[in-house]
Design a protein around this ligand. Structure first.
Ligand SMILES: *Cc1c(COP(=O)(O)O)cnc(C)c1O
Length: 360
């Protein structure tokens, strides 16, 4: 198997060990004579795979019985709508923090259902920082407070959990879940599309505090009704079975590597060394304020944007792929989720240094 270092923001790299295991089991899972893709979601074999994946995720994140763990579809984008539909109840107002492109999309969707109060925004500084908590304009009548702990495009990450003054705190953790331990009990809902740090696209995880379920607004589609999904063990309709299975392999891979404490140590080290390489040079630059730089997505620009194309071509030849920045930001972006080996970051840094010497 020949593998590159794929810095894609998502769908992103999966651990090679996981892909190899999936390959071994591809056409005959555990002497069943079938691929997991071909199995009934209601058969014993798949039910066991599903239950094990949930148990492992609960163990990794230390999720208590007060929470349902839902395996859904539609991506984080579907959750942008599912959240107001499930949580608004009799209220009309909701609070959102705007720290980047994904916050904005969540806000736009919520506006279809509710009056959105943007309690804080860093848009005026092009999302290069997180607004001071003391300046947040929180509304006590809000049905919930929503924020994006890691902005995948801008590379801005909360290294703290905001206090929500008693209203449910809701977090889009698509690009940071499983990168470090979190205290789930501080949240009403945590959700994440799988394709960044969990598994293949098609699966969306929602971790929902049980007392928040069962109060949907009128006309909520049943596939988005958390209570309906929970009551049917995420099998009210056919779930994305293969993605669920692969997510389970990833959870097991994380457990074997020491869980989220170990992940966070490696992730911090990987990010620290890449930021250090950027900061030590005058050739590369990262625009994000130091205290809120992402461990997962690291955008950087070259001193001369005319060199972007050459940088990408030469990086590609060294097996460093998908480094092109998001079209809205330009420059480069290195997404270094759990599955990116430290060696990939080391190889990138050494390439960057060589490129600077030759072109700086
Ligand atoms: C990728 C991403 C999304 C969108 O996910 P979809 O699964 O494509 O809907 C939303 N929020 C964040 C933070 C993301 O990184």
């Amino acid at each position: 198997m020949s593998r590159c270092f794929n810095f894609s923001a998502g769908p992103a790299m999966l651990p090679t060990e996981v892909l190899q295991q999936a390959q071994t089991e591809m056409s005959d899972f555990n002497d069943s004579g079938m691929s997991v893709m071909e199995m009934s979601h209601r058969g014993k074999i798949f039910m066991d795979i599903a239950a094990q994946a949930e148990a492992d995720l609960r163990e990794l994140l230390n999720i208590s019985d007060d929470y349902a763990v839902l395996f859904m579809q539609g991506g984080a984008s579907a959750q942008f709508a599912a959240i107001p539909m499930n949580i608004l109840g009799n209220k009309t107002q909701v609070d959102y923090i705007n720290t980047g492109a994904w916050s904005k999309k969540a806000i736009a969707e919520a506006k279809r259902f509710a009056e959105v109060n943007v309690a804080a925004s860093s848009e005026d500084t092009k999302f290069s920082h997180i607004p001071d908590y003391s300046d947040w304009n929180l509304n006590n009548d809000a049905a919930y407070l929503h924020y994006t702990p890691n902005e995948t495009i801008g590379g801005v990450e909360f290294h703290w959990v905001p206090e929500s003054n008693g209203v449910p705190l809701i977090a889009d953790m698509s690009s940071t879940i499983l990168s470090r331990p979190i205290d789930v009990s501080k949240f009403g809902i945590i959700y994440a599309g799988a394709q960044k740090n969990i598994g293949p696209a098609g699966l969306t995880i929602a971790i929902v505090r049980k007392d928040l379920m069962g109060n949907t607004i009128k006309n909520t589609p049943s596939v988005f009704d958390y209570k309906n999904v929970a009551d049917n063990d995420s099998m009210a309709n056919t779930p994305p079975t293969y993605s669920w299975y692969l997510a389970g392999l990833v959870f097991d891979w994380i457990k074997k590597r020491g869980g989220l404490d170990a992940m966070s140590e490696i992730n911090k080290r990987k990010a620290d060394k890449l930021y250090a390489a950027i900061d030590q040079s005058d050739f590369y630059q990262n625009p994000v304020q130091v205290d809120c730089r992402s461990w997962m997505n690291i955008p950087f620009t070259l001193a001369d944007a005319n060199l972007d194309k050459l940088f990408l071509e030469q990086a590609d030849k060294r097996g460093l792929k998908t480094l092109k920045g998001h079209r809205s930001v330009g420059g480069m972006r290195a997404s270094i989720y759990n599955a990116m080996p430290e060696e990939g970051v080391d190889t990138l840094i050494s390439f960057m240094q060589t490129f600077e010497k030759e072109n700086g």
